[in-house]
Design a protein around this ligand. Structure first.
Ligand code: PRT
Ligand code: ZN
Length: 296
């Protein structure tokens, strides 16, 4: 009997992206026989093997075709591509995934006189992102020294290892507690789904299936189903307020000839403001519910 072909995906084993990546696969209906201590875990109900690895190793897993899909921070991918001498040039971003958001920024001590990027000329910058930083400095024609650190970059100015730093920032609280001020954003980043050239058509079809399930999950997560009653006279005004909805369903309401029921999928945020606008236009009984799955 011919062995079933299996798609392989690499995700972070533990760290900031790990739980969200597992959850995303689970939302795609892929259930994992999960022992987090293992390198490899097999999906139960889909021909998919999940490699649980360090995020830094994911580009190499893709480039060598050990895996055909991977999830990592865009920052990590671009850094490998900046440093890899073309080794990772073929890796392609398929989708931004909406989590793991952060930015790669230049931050300076409070007493550093920062006027513009030119203030970095002749300075020493500590970072774990040598490739991206060097590119950025070259683009801006800045001549500075880079000190590479694997972690605790934020302590470099205090310990006189560097004048300023270039590091990932999300809430900004690490910078604040180290007396640093964010000055310049080099890159906005989030987790991304990445692939390499897939030659086997069966594996390519599986990758396409996983990708389209992920797209559907992300779309459903960003969408809401709205139900409301609208006076017939203000139907057009109400349709105009519904955010990102294409063609709402309009139905008669029993016993009322002046009102109709309106149901719509809204693919943009539905905020309190939106609901208040709908109400101001005469809508009532407004219900907003989450959507679990969505496929066109
Ligand atoms: O073990 P492994 O190598 O897999 O993990 P890791 O330690 O290299 O990475 P991990 O889990 O820390 O981060 C994985 C990815 O999460 C990063 O590559 C980014 O894409 C994303 N991410 C999102 C972040 C942050 N937010 C973040 N805040 N990665 C790191 N940080 C660090 C930052 O370096 C700094 O030390 O958090 C600190 C700043 O946080 P705030 O909230 O104080 O600003
Ligand atoms: Zn890492």
């Amino acid at each position: 009997m011919r062995e079933e072909k299996r798609l392989k995906i690499a995700i972070q084993k533990s760290g900031r992206l790990a739980d969200m990546s597992i959850q995303l696969l689970e939302k795609c209906g892929i259930s994992l026989a999960k022992s987090r201590d293992q390198l490899l875990c097999r999906a139960q109900n889909f021909p998919l093997d999940i490699f649980l690895v360090r995020d830094d190793d994911i580009p190499a897993f893709l480039a060598t075709d050990v895996c055909q899909l991977g999830i990592l921070g865009e920052n990590g991918l671009l850094e490998k591509q900046a440093l890899g001498n073309g080794k990772f040039a073929g890796l392609r971003q398929l989708l931004p995934l909406g989590y793991g958001r952060c930015r790669l920024s230049i931050a300076v001590p409070h007493d550093f006189d920062y006027q513009s990027i030119d203030s970095l000329n002749g300075k020493v910058i500590a970072t774990s992102y040598k490739g991206l930083l060097a590119q950025y400095l070259a683009d801006h024609k800045i001549d500075a020294d880079i000190v590479t650190m694997e972690g605790a970059v934020e302590v470099a100015p205090r310990t006189h290892l560097a004048d300023v730093i270039c590091d990932l920032v999300s809430t900004g609280s690490t910078l604040v507690s180290n007396g640093l001020v964010e000055k310049d954003i080099i890159l906005q980043s989030q987790a991304v789904l990445v692939t390499n050239q897939i030659d086997d058509p069966e594996i390519a079809a599986l990758a396409e299936k996983v990708t389209s399930r992920i797209k559907a999950v992300l779309r459903a997560e960003n969408s809401r189903y709205i139900m409301l009653n609208s006076p017939i006279d203000s139907l057009e005004a109400i349709k105009a307020v519904l955010p990102g909805s294409q063609s709402p369903t309009v139905m008669p309401l029993q016993g009322r000839d002046d009102m109709v029921a309106v149901h719509a999928v809204c693919e943009e945020g539905v905020f309190w403001d939106t609901m208040e606008d709908l109400k101001a236009n005469g809508a009532n009984s407004i219900l907003v519910v989450p959507i679990e799955k969505m496929l066109d």
